[in-house]
Ligand binder design. Structure first.
Ligand code: SF4
Length: 317
């Protein structure tokens, strides 16, 4: 198509978007581990929920497995950014495996809070999504029976407490800010003495990306979110757009784009989940530019400057 024949398309690109400090750190840990110990370096679970990232690390010598049983003796293993139950490093140590923990420090912070609350005799209501590795990891910080999963407002309404005056709640880091506030409100109404974290445990990156999408959603007719179907924070970005009344679509790569979504659309919002690299945003913009004369505008709602330290073992590398 010649440029003159291409219809115009405004692109509003949300900022912040894409990689957060925890994902950046986790990827660096795998790369530095390969540099330091040589390939292969085993990684338990996808280091972050993004196929492009996982494939790039595979090409450098990372091997991804789901359980420690698949890690041979004598090779280093990295635990993913989502965190692991305590039993996992304990098992690695018992086998004499050297391991690096890429758990995001903001997830580790929730783990330590959980331990402290249980030590203080509280039962924890954990607001999160069943089956997500972060939830499995956080449940695995405390003995069984001390934590109950709350996924919805209905769960918060129906929970029966054995000791209503001895409760606390914590949350997954990648939830919807709005849904979580509603669930917290139910818990605080039903159990006025419940111990709450200062605000919630939703991390800065999740909140900032949701606020940035909210800021553009009303100005466009379609929001494209780059992210994986198992990426909790990416799915939440689609929901935020839809709640603002704008259709949201999750795409892993530019090739997932369905041109029919663009019928009658003059302005598109673009964002990326915390585990999606910027190169995939550029790929999507380039693909749109094959059929449209695109005009890009970045809409920045806040600027992030957070970075996390690498594990001590890798400092020299
Ligand atoms: Fe850490 Fe938040 Fe990024 Fe998860 S989304 S890795 S909790 S900064």
């Amino acid at each position: 198509m010649t440029d003159a024949a291409k219809p115009p398309l405004d692109l509003l690109i949300a900022a912040p978007r894409g990689f957060c400090a925890g994902v950046d750190r986790a990827i660096q840990i795998v790369e530095l581990a390969i540099e330091r110990y040589g390939a292969p370096v085993y990684v338990r679970h996808e280091i972050v929920h993004n196929k492009f990232v996982v494939d790039s690390l595979k090409a450098k010598g990372a091997v991804f497995v789901e359980t420690l049983d698949d890690v041979p003796d004598g090779v280093p293993v990295v635990f993913s950014a989502h965190g692991v139950p305590k039993a996992v490093p304990a098992k690695a140590a018992s086998r004499g495996l050297s391991y690096l923990d890429a758990t995001c420090p903001l997830v580790s912070k929730v783990h330590r809070q959980a331990e402290r609350l249980v030590a203080a005799g509280r039962h924890i209501l954990f607001v999160g999504h069943a089956g997500h590795p972060e939830v499995i990891g956080t449940f695995g910080q405390v003995p069984q029976g001390h934590m109950t999963l709350i996924e919805t407002e209905a769960d918060a309404e129906s929970f029966v407490a054995a000791d209503p005056d001895n409760l606390a709640f914590l949350t997954q880091t990648t939830l919807s800010v709005d849904d979580t506030a509603a669930i917290m409100a139910v818990l605080q109404r039903r159990f006025p003495s419940i111990v709450a974290p200062k605000a919630d445990d939703i991390c800065y990156a999740t909140s900032n990306r949701q606020a940035a999408v909210k800021a553009i959603a009303a100005q466009v007719q379609l929001v494209l979110v780059i992210g994986a179907p198992n990426s909790s924070n990416s799915l939440r970005l689609v929901e935020v757009a839809e709640r603002e009344g704008t259709p949201g679509k999750l795409v892993q790569r530019a090739d997932d784009l369905d041109w029919a979504w663009l019928d009658g659309v003059g302005a598109v919002g673009i964002t990326a989940g915390a585990s999606a690299p910027e190169v995939l945003v550029r790929e999507l913009v380039d693909k749109l530019a094959t059929r449209f004369t695109v005009t890009e505008r970045e809409v920045e709602t806040t600027r992030e400057s957070i970075a996390f330290k690498l594990p001590r073992e890798l400092w020299a590398a």
